[in-house]
Design a protein around this ligand. Structure first.
Ligand code: FES
Length: 198
């Protein structure tokens, strides 16, 4: 290695060291304010809205995102799933969503803005367990032969349909919650904020 190469190497090291030290100094000053969370994590924990690309959710599938520390499910319902809803109105406790467990714009048969997309807080309304997804209709081990598709809470046996409506005769008293949300585009949702920016 020539002298000039060595000098260049030293310079690079010094520059790198200075940058790191500068970074450390900045972090040290900021620690009392930063605590242990990144800004985005702090904002999420405080309830900031969460944006989500929904273009990759195939029909019949769902994803879970986190909002305010809670699981929020986004389910892409098929036409068959939607067709099952009115057929079980007599089996669910609050078929018309009279209990305010959803924004007004989701108080309808599908409990959603666009019928094909259901958005729910994935927390059981009995004692707060997280229900399992039992989306497929038909024979389901544990749910019997005529399961219309939905969600099952293993803690005490509550059942919810594919609109998050609670079945009659289970411990959970009310439907699953629909959080405020809005479509930013055909493929992008914002959760925690509705069209009015609430
Ligand atoms: S917490 Fe879900 S049934 Fe009790």
């Amino acid at each position: 290695m020539t002298d000039s190469n060595v000098d260049r190497g030293k310079r690079r090291f010094l520059v790198a060291t200075t940058s790191v030290m500068g970074g450390v100094a900045g972090v040290a000053v900021a620690v009392p304010f930063v605590m242990s969370m990144t800004p985005s994590a702090r904002a999420r924990a405080a309830g900031a809205p969460v944006e989500q690309d929904i273009s990759k959710i195939e029909p019949g599938m769902m994803i879970t995102v986190e909002w305010r520390g809670k699981p929020v499910w986004i389910i892409h319902r098929t036409p068959e799933m939607l067709a099952s809803l009115p057929k079980i109105d007599s089996e669910v406790a609050d078929p018309k969503s009279s209990v305010k467990q959803q924004p007004d714009y989701a108080r309808n048969e599908t409990r959603s803005i666009k019928p094909e997309y259901l958005v729910l807080v994935g927390i059981c309304t009995h004692l707060g367990c997280s229900p399992s997804q039992k989306l497929a209709a038909g024979r389901d081990e544990g749910m019997g032969n005529d399961w219309p598709g939905g969600f099952f809470c293993p803690c005490h046996g509550s059942k919810f349909d594919l609109a998050g409506r609670v079945f009659k005769g289970v411990p959970a008293p009310i439907n699953l919650e629909v959080p405020p949300y809005a479509f930013l585009s055909d493929t992008r949702l914002i959760i925690g904020s509705d069209a009015k920016g609430a």
